[in-house]
Ligand binder design. Sequence first.
Ligand code: PGA
Length: 253
Amino acid sequence: MSLAIWVCESDYDFDRVAAEWVAAHLEGPDPVLGLPTGGTPEGLYRELVRMHREEGLSFRSARTFNLDEYVGLAADHAQSYAHYMRERLFRHVDIDPSRTHIPNGLCEDPDEEARRYDALLREHGPIRAQVLGIGSNGHIGFNEPGTAFKTRTHTVQLTEETREANARFFESIDEVPRLAVTMGIANILESEAILLMAKGSSKQEALKRAFTDPPSIDVPASALQTHADVTVLVDREAAVGLAALLSQGPDGS
Ligand code: PGA
């Protein structure tokens, strides 16, 4: 495992460091980015938009693949990941919308949609730089505990834990979809470089299990231990889960 751990002191640093990592991977011809949604990357997208406006960071030659999408939500539904990405990044930068890929939440056949998305990833991959969050249950994308590491893009039943964690974005938990299409762990592992971002105490245990215990399908993020280029970006609270891997404790002791 080649694992770098970066601990940030402030949200400002966290977002800037993440954005600079992405910007570095936008250099060179035909960059392909893998992108997450959720609460953690919101500041990353704000910072990328700022860098585009103020520093000329360009997405003109980029292609993007989002990790996942809820089944049953239209691209203009306020909680769809297509809407999230458009509002937070795509409509604010110079990316060609035809080069931004997200599974179609309104597909008639989710399994067929997963196959279509996987074929697109094979056509345009490998992803040069994959950004990930981590669920409190250790999921990456919507690869829930128990997902085999060789799994490619597939349809998934969301766990109650994940639906509860995401209910904060909906009017009520009843509105949180039960099904999603997600890139598989194998797709994620094919990326050339991975940045996993985690903030807050709710991620401590998942990080600890993912990076300090042996890899296990019970903790999907532990598959990252088999990848050659992983950077974990954490705030001080999340870093507590990685204390055993840090030369100093996250409180500097
Ligand atoms: P969050 O989600 O950024 O909203 O905590 C992360 C994830 O579930 O992958």
